[in-house]
Design a binder for this molecule. Structure first.
Ligand SMILES: [Zn+2]
Length: 102
């Protein structure tokens, strides 16, 4: 790319960043003013893949092998029917059964 093109590109990025800021502010305000009507709460767990690390090193630098199993993080998700805002939580309370808290 030539110097002039790079200058234009830099300008475009700056403009886009300003537009993005404005749009995010508008979205925030819209979400704040929405009387959210939450749809169904959906269980959407996240799995963190486990791994195996083989033994390595020697003598005092020896590290034994390590097996880290897959880990499941309990998560719940709900979307507003009006504005589309999406909320996720990992918090729960227990009232006879586990109930997600947003
Ligand atoms: Zn809403």
């Amino acid at each position: 790319m030539k110097g002039e093109e790079l200058k234009q590109l830099r300008k475009n990025i700056q403009k886009t960043e300003e537009d993005l800021k404005k749009m995010n502010a508008m979205l925030d305000e819209g979400e704040r003013n929405c009387h959210h009507v939450w749809g169904e709460t959906i269980y959407a767990p996240e799995t963190i893949k486990g791994y195996f690390s083989p033994a390595r090193g020697q003598g005092s630098h020896f590290e034994s092998s390590l097996t880290v199993p897959d880990q499941t993080i309990k998560k719940w998700k709900r979307d507003c029917k009006l504005c589309g805002k999406s909320e996720t939580t990992t918090k729960t309370k227990f009232e006879g059964r586990e109930i997600p808290v947003f």
